[in-house]
Structure formats: structure tokens, C-alpha cells
Ligand binder design. Structure first.
Ligand code: 13P
Ligand code: SF4
Length: 320
């Protein structure tokens, strides 16, 4: 059964490679994608890396193996390329926590505030923002805003609390959360802390445990040389650079594949096996093949929204 599946996958991958050449297409995949997708992608990375890769490629077609807002971001940055997502229902529970009417009402209450929104938002939300940010550069973006300015930060409250604590800035924070990361609790971390006394802890700032981890770090209850709050790409870099041989990883479990692959001999424990993003897992090899065969499903952000959203994303990319 396993052998038969392997054989089928190989034949699908061969067909994908052939079609990719015919269409002058490139496949970009997020760090949370299933291993089969990561292994055949031309580029695997975090949200910022995917945006950067989209702007650098000469390909005419970008197949975005990730969630919908990532394909929208590629469309905003590359209006002359065809952006396709293998499953248009691959959404994001965090992006869904704020809509345009809610953001506009919030802005009306704080008319002089600078609006910073996380990349996990719809194109319409980005169009209403002054700056976009990702988990890689959120601190840099906030630091670049003059200290007297009021800031609205949306939609992730855990990332917002982390950024506020690290920069010392008071932010108005939208109460949004990602269902996968919010489920990672401080007690999950503490349990593994004692079980793996030599492991380093790699923690995504969207996690529900991040505020308490910062508190424990400040009190020295957990030593700072063993804990790192990082974006998914930051985790990949830290795992490579670190002398540690064992890591506990607090984010979506899809990243474990790349961590293993790029660090043979090191051990990675997911903090929770349940930290699985069902939207990221909607992309399969069969759907990628279908997307290249039939050039579906195109994601095209309308021109007026795209041009306003592009300003916020480009401001971020200049600072990143
Ligand atoms: P990264 O930009 O760190 O990859 O995070 C994206 C995301 O969706 C996290 O849930
Ligand atoms: Fe969105 Fe959470 Fe999935 Fe990331 S893990 S894409 S934030 S639902």
C-alpha cells in the first residue's frame, strides 16, 4: 500500500514538473505544507519569504501552496503574473477575525492612529492599513513608527502583546487569534520544559503561551538562552545555527518536516501534536496537478484594492 502510494506520488510529481516547464510556472510553499508539497516546491518559506520569492521570479505563473491571503499578497505584489491556489477554500481563522467595516469603525475611533496589520489579513484589510508586517519583522515595523504616534495593531492579540512588550510601545490590539496557535498553552510548554532539560524552545509569537513565556523569561523561571520567540523561518535559521541537538517546537506541526530535513542528527519535538492547521493541509499533490492542468484557481485582487494594499506591503518590504 505504502509502495503503491509512493509510486502514484512519483508519477503525479513527474506530471507537475512537466507542466511547470510548459507553463513557465513556479511553486511556492509555506513551511506548514504537507511534506510531499514541500519536497517538490521550488521554494519553501515563511510569509515574508513567499512574498519576496514572488517578486523575484521570472516565471509567468505562481502556484501558491499556502492559504488564501498568501496568494492575494502575491497577486498584489505581482499584478502581471497569474497567481493560482490549488484550493481556494484554504482560508485562515486569524484573517477571518476582522473585516473591513470593523477596521473602519476602529479607525474612526482613533483618527490619528497608524494602522499596522499582520500579513494574515484579507487584501481589503491591507488596503485600509498604513503598514503590513509579518512575524519576522513586526518589531522592526513598530520601531520605525515615531514614538508619539498612536498605533492600531490587528488582528493577532498574542503577537500584539509580544510586540508591545518587546518595543515598550502601548498598542491598541485587536482581540483576534489563530485557533491553532491560541491552543498552545503555557502548561504545554512547562510540561516539556521539565521533560527535555537540554532542549531549546522555539516559540511562534502567535502562540497562546507567548505572554506567559515572556513573563517566565523576565522572572528567569525559564532561562533565556533556552527559549526563542521566532517566526517559522527564524526557527529554521536558529535550529541550524544552534549548538543544541534537541528542540521543542511551538507552532504548527508542518514545520517539523523541514527542520528534520535540514538538520539531520538533531531531534525536534512538537509541543503539541494537535497544532495542525486544517487549511494548510487542504493543498495536496493532486490539487497542485489539477491547478496546473486547468490553470485554476486564479487569485486576482482588484486593481484599486491592490494598489492601496501594495503601499502597506511595500513599506514593510523596504524595512524588512
Ligand atoms: P510565518 O510568517 O511565521 O510563517 O507565520 C505564518 C502563519 O500563518 C503562522 O500561523
Ligand atoms: Fe491562519 Fe493559524 Fe493556519 Fe497560520 S496556522 S494559516 S494563522 S489558521
Amino acid at each position: 500500500m505504502v509502495l503503491q502510494q509512493l509510486h502514484e506520488n512519483t508519477s503525479i510529481v513527474d506530471r507537475i514538473i512537466k507542466l511547470k516547464k510548459e507553463r513557465n510556472a513556479i511553486i511556492l510553499a509555506h513551511n506548514y505544507q504537507i511534506p510531499e508539497i514541500q519536497d517538490m516546491a521550488d521554494f519553501v518559506g515563511d510569509s515574508l519569504g513567499l512574498s519576496q520569492a514572488a517578486t523575484k521570479t521570472n516565471a509567468n505563473v505562481i502556484v501558491l501552496c499556502g492559504v488564501y491571503f498568501m496568494a492575494e499578497t502575491a497577486s498584489i505584489l505581482c499584478p502581471n503574473k497569474k497567481i493560482i491556489i490549488p484550493d481556494p477554500d484554504a482560508g485562515c481563522s486569524l484573517a477571518a477575525t476582522i473585516n473591513c467595516d470593523e477596521l473602519r469603525a476602529w479607525k474612526r475611533k482613533h483618527p490619528n492612529a497608524v494602522v499596522v496589520t499582520y500579513v494574515n489579513t484579507t487584501a481589503e484589510i491591507k488596503a485600509e492599513s498604513d503598514y503590513c508586517c509579518t512575524s519576522t519583522n513586526a518589531l522592526k515595523i513598530i520601531d520605525a513608527i515615531p514614538s508619539e504616534k498612536e498605533i492600531l495593531f490587528a488582528p493577532d492579540m498574542f503577537l500584539g502583546a509580544y510586540v508591545s512588550a518587546m518595543t515598550g510601545r502601548k498598542l491598541h490590539i485587536w482581540p483576534g487569534e489563530c485557533h491553532v496557535h491560541a491552543g498552545i498553552k503555557p502548561e504545554d510548554i512547562m510540561k516539556l520544559w521539565n521533560r527535555h532539560p537540554h532542549a531549546e524552545f522555539l516559540i511562534h509569537p502567535e502562540c497562546g503561551c507567548v505572554t506567559s513565556c515572556m513573563y517566565y523569561l523576565a522572572k528567569n523561571d525559564i532561562p533565556s538562552q533556552r527559549s526563542y520567540i521566532l517566526s517559522t523561518e527564524g526557527m529554521i535559521k536558529r535550529a541550524k545555527a544552534s549548538p543544541a541537538k534537541e528542540f521543542v517546537v511551538a507552532t504548527e506541526t508542518g514545520i517539523i518536516h523541514r527542520l528534520h530535513k535540514e538538520n539531520p542528527g538533531k531531534v525536534f519535538h512538537p509541543v503539541s501534536e494537535n497544532a495542525v492547521c486544517k487549511y494548510m493541509k487542504m493543498i495536496t499533490l493532486e490539487k497542485v496537478l489539477n491547478s496546473l492542468e486547468n490553470m485554476v484557481y486564479e487569485v486576482k485582487v482588484p486593481g484599486d484594492i491592490a494598489s492601496r494594499a501594495r503601499v502597506a506591503i511595500q513599506r514593510m518590504m523596504q524595512l524588512a
